[in-house]
Ligand binder design. Structure first.
Ligand SMILES: Cc1ncc(C[n+]2csc(CCOP(=O)(O)OP(=O)(O)O)c2C)c(N)n1
Ligand SMILES: [Mg+2]
Length: 569
């Protein structure tokens, strides 16, 4: 694939660091998330002279999760810079997270000078080796003349096909070296040519299968978001009158309140969604990758179905689930073609009525105990007080699952969560990136008391950058999800899952210059959320919720879609 580059050639001599900054400008980068150090000092010096807005996180993990939140909400690549050695290794969790959830990141790490690579030099780490399995691609710049091309290719690879993180390692002496750069480049990667247009025969086969299906269901995942194909999905679904299940990461691809939406599938999905996947005769997966948290025991996953799988990454097709109708394509292109070629909808009124019965008879449920705040109700209150329009980010654990279940997303790109890797500490910095991507949005970080303590140092950024992010701590004084598994599967032996000591989150917020409020009752929660969630200032709300609440329904490990526990009629 050849892409013409419009950048102006700059003929005068520039340092590697200046060439690097100019290459970022040519890519229209508006924002860098980073942290300085020895190996990137030449780059930070060039940045001083040729400014691009830089967000100084307080930990490299904060920088990279913020970049992920920015990428998720803006659709643009998140750009990260860190120094060699510990700076780079502090990025590893975020890089893996972005790889698992297909987020476009371009990460630049400083490296020790070429002459000492391999000598255990101060702050040397083999970052290319370390990140080989967790990047879509990585580079080490070996000579200054390669720098403009490598930066160009890094952005191209990160943002095309299936998005993902790309890392570029830049030795310090290359940043300091001088040359006359050539920015007039074309991306020319014969070995990397993502297939975006669907095979027409397979499209016809799928439409034929839809027309003849008795029990079809659509499974919509985050690939729909990456392809910006929500409109095309809605058209396809409505044209054919098909029921829809969302993956965790696909929430918002299809309106939660649409009558054809069955809710989220998987371990903590709805009964209707999971039974639809169990009983269907045609499963149409669009931009989803059959994660084990979605499928449960594969033996019982869609056992009677013909499986159609639309995915831009051919490696996903047939990876976990045998597929009869493979469509390698960008989700928007595939759906557009399906909509154009449509001729007749299936006759499935009985199936739809059957699924409606499931929805009505087995809805999500929880106990509302008056004395304490029930965490599920807390999420409903957040939904109510933000009119369902907020960008919601989460950590990982019970609160994440309750957010997925009870904050009903009706629009794309409002839901920012760590799905594949399940990274505690993701939610709060991701909210910072989300707010930087959309300054007008109402951004709520729904975090666990455990996860928040992993990255809370980034509160400095709220004051520094004047970001009105709301932090809602779903505080159950526990590593709640671990405690739930210990209760259910380890005979209530709560080994290391109850917090013996917690900081005073209100005082902590105040020490960062942010208003902090603690709430302990439902009445107070409602009043405080109503008062605060639409304010244009950062506020932390420490919500003390009931401690022994569990996430239901659930597919226990090893069980199938039809074996959910905690289903109430
Ligand atoms: C970095 C990291 N370490 C450990 C885990 C394992 N883990 C999953 S959920 C969870 C508990 C999270 O506690 P908290 O943040 O308070 O959320 P809660 O489940 O209580 O809502 C743990 C320890 C993880 N997902 N990520
Ligand atoms: Mg907790």
């Amino acid at each position: 694939m050849h892409t013409k580059v419009e950048a102006e050639p700059l003929k005068e001599e520039m340092s590697g660091a200046e060439i690097f900054i100019q290459a970022l400008k040519n890519e229209k980068v508006e924002l860098l998330f980073g942290y300085p150090g020895g190996a990137v000092l030449p780059i930070y010096d060039a940045l001083y002279k040729m400014p691009i807005k830089h967000v100084l996180a307080r930990h490299e993990q904060g920088a990279i999760h913020a970049a992920e939140g920015y990428a998720r909400v803006s659709g643009k690549p998140g750009v990260v810079i860190a120094t060699s050695g510990p700076g780079a290794t502090n990025l590893v969790t975020g890089i893996t997270d972005a790889m698992m959830d297909s987020l476009p990141l371009v990460i630049f790490t400083g490296q020790v000078a070429r002459g000492v690579i391999g000598t255990d030099a101060f702050q040397e780490a083999d970052v290319v080796g370390i990140t080989m399995p967790i990047t879509k691609h990585n580079f080490q710049v070996r000579q200054i003349s390669d720098l403009p091309r490598i930066v160009k290719e890094a952005f191209y690879i990160a943002t095309t096909g299936r998005p993902g993180p790309v890392l570029v390692d830049i030795p310090k002496d290359i940043s300091a070296e001088v040359m006359s750069p050539n920015f007039e480049l074309e991306v020319d990667l014969p070995g990397y040519q993502p297939t975006l247009s669907p095979n027409v025969l397979q499209i016809k086969r799928l439409l034929e299968a839809v027309k003849n299906a008795k029990r079809p269901v659509v499974l919509a995942g985050a690939g729909v978001l990456h392809a910006k194909a929500s409109e095309q999905l809605l058209a396809f679904v409505e044209q054919n009158n098909l029921p829809v299940v969302n993956t965790l990461l696909g929430l918002g691809t299809f309106p939660a309140e649409h009558p054809l939406n069955l809710g989220m599938g998987g371990m903590h999905g709805t009964y209707a969604a999971n039974m639809a996947m169990y009983e269907c005769d045609l499963l149409i997966s669009i931009g989803a990758r059959f994660d084990d948290r979605l499928t449960g025991n594969l033996k019982h996953f869609a056992p009677k179905a013909t499986v159609a799988h639309i995915d831009v990454d051919p490696a996903e097709i047939g990876k976990n689930v045998t597929t009869q109708i493979p469509i390698v394509a960008d989700a928007k292109e595939a759906l557009t073609k399906l909509n154009e070629e449509f001729d007749a909808k299936p006759n499935i009124s009985e199936w739809l009525a059957h699924l409606t019965t499931y929805k009505e008879q087995y809805p999500l449920w929880y106990n509302n105990c008056e004395k304490e705040i029930s965490p599920q109700h807390l999420i409903e209150l957040v939904h109510e007080c933000t009119a369902g329009n907020a960008i919601v980010t989460t950590d990982v654990g019970q609160h994440q699952m309750w957010a997925a279940q009870y904050y009903r997303f009706n629009a794309p790109n409002r839901w920012v969560t760590s799905g594949g890797l399940g990274t505690m500490g993701f939610g709060f910095p991701a909210a910072i990136g989300a707010q930087l991507a959309d300054r007008e949005a109402n951004v709520v970080a729904l975090v666990g008391d455990g996860g928040f303590q992993m990255t809370l140092q980034e509160m400095s950024l709220l004051t520094e950058l004047d970001l009105p992010v709301k932090i809602v701590i779903v505080n159950n004084n526990a590593l709640g999800m671990v405690r739930q598994w210990q209760e259910t599967f380890y005979e209530q032996r709560y080994s290391q899952s109850i917090m013996q000591h917690q900081p005073d989150f209100v005082k902590l917020a105040e020490s960062y210059g942010i208003r902090g409020i603690q709430v302990t009752s439902e009445k107070q929660a409602k009043e405080v959320l109503q008062e605060t969630l639409n304010k244009r200032e950062p506020i932390l709300i420490d919500c003390r919720v009931s401690r022994m609440e569990n996430v239901y329904p659930m597919i226990a490990p090893g069980k199938g879609l039809h074996e959910m526990i905690g289903v109430k009629r």
